[in-house]
Design a protein around this ligand. Structure first.
Ligand code: SF4
Length: 365
């Protein structure tokens, strides 16, 4: 049986039925589609999807590696050809307050608009769709497969869905009409107009807030901090259920004073009810020489966030599932208990704590 690069990158959980039913990655031509949010200028075609705002001349390929100008039009090559298609637990995104215990049909194409030194999925994010082995899964088929695999939602994930925007938008529109939910796992590096448009078909997002220092953002990821902060506010305003992940990378984003400023900003800007996941870094890609994040530092970050008034704070990627349970902010009861990606305790009833009837923020079904 052939394997796609995503499998060798170790991000598979269980194979989807598309794979089981004989859709073999890597044996078909790439689909292409006219790109959205493009503008013709005397300097070339500008893509307005993300703050990179690439300006491309005939034949040139975008920073995200999956867009090309042909005959004076910008095309996406990341349409209908995901290099990864798996069924994941929703907890893996991570989304802890959105239909816990449900399954998410998870797709990604090659490409990303950032270039993080610590990328876990660099084998698919830092390449283009003509270099990965891909499934042939047009939007209708993705929705069919998600239903066939008993998935509550479709997750646009692993690489960066902002860069496979057209594919995600069309799939999500069909899914919405079929009663399937849509989720972005994203770096939040997207311009306001495309974000508002995609939010109209999204139900939830987990956004990586990678640092609270603009210079670190540039050196670690190639991007800027402010557009991500703006995106968080738009997700919130649009009513998309939001959770935030902060990966703490030793020597890069492990300054507790900076973590404190980030938590204060979240607290003062309406994100007290937004779950915050502090995640442990493991050596990878261009930062293989660094040690994993000390668990003690993750515990300190959690205390800082709670002191700033954030109600739901978690630690991820640590042994023993420490601080992965959801506690009722009012009475302290464990309302959702987790072991790995499994739900072991459920003390919720109608979106409230069974014990004290306090409303627990989230989308519980
Ligand atoms: S989505 Fe890709 S092509 Fe468009 S601006 Fe961003 S990096 Fe450039």
């Amino acid at each position: 049986m052939k394997k796609c690069l995503a499998f060798s990158a170790g991000i598979v959980t269980y194979p989807c039925s598309a794979f089981m039913n004989g859709v073999i990655p890597g044996e078909q031509e790439l689909h292409r589609k006219v790109a959205m949010f493009q503008e013709e200028t005397p300097r070339g075609i500008v893509c307005r999807i993300c703050p990179n705002e690439c300006v491309l001349k005939e034949g040139e390929i975008s920073d995200c590696r999956n867009r090309i100008v042909r005959n004076s039009k910008l095309y996406t090559m990341a349409y209908g050809n995901p290099c990864s298609a798996n069924v994941d637990p929703i907890e893996k995104k991570p989304l802890y307050h959105f239909f816990p215990g449900s399954r998410a049909y998870s797709i990604a194409t090659a490409g990303c608009n950032l270039a993080c030194l610590n990328c876990q999925n660099w084998t698919i994010s830092q390449t283009s769709p003509d270099k990965t082995r891909n499934y042939d899964l047009l939007p209708e088929r993705v929705v069919e497969e998600s239903i066939r695999n008993n998935c509550k939602s479709i997750a646009y994930t692993y690489s960066e869905p902002t860069t496979f925007y057209e594919y995600a938008y069309e799939t999500a529109s069909i899914a919405k009409n079929s009663g399937v939910k849509n989720i972005f796992k994203t770096n939040g590096y997207i311009n306001p107009e495309p974000l508002r448009k995609i939010c109209s078909v999204l139900d939830a997002a987990n956004v990586d807030l990678k640092s609270f220092n603009d210079s670190t953002y540039l050196k670690l990821t190639g991007g800027k901090l402010q557009p991500v902060l703006d995106a968080l506010k738009i997700y919130k305003d649009m009513g998309t259920w939001l959770e935030i992940t902060n990966l703490i990378v030793p020597t890069w984003s492990d300054n507790t004073e900076e973590i404190g400023r980030m938590c204060k900003w979240l607290s003062e800007n309406g994100f007290k009810e937004t779950p915050l996941h502090f995640s442990r870094f493991y050596p990878t890609h261009k930062l293989e020489q660094l040690p994993p994040t000390p668990v003690e530092l993750l515990r300190d970050a959690l205390k800082i966030a709670i002191a700033e008034g954030l109600k739901y704070v978690y630690i991820g990627n640590v042994p023993g599932n420490e601080m992965a349970d959801t506690k009722c902010p009012s009475c302290g009861t464990t309302v959702i208990g987790r072991q790995g990606y499994r739900i072991t305790v459920n003390n919720m009833e109608g979106g409230k704590c069974k014990n004290c009837k306090n409303v627990i923020d989230g989308v519980w079904g």
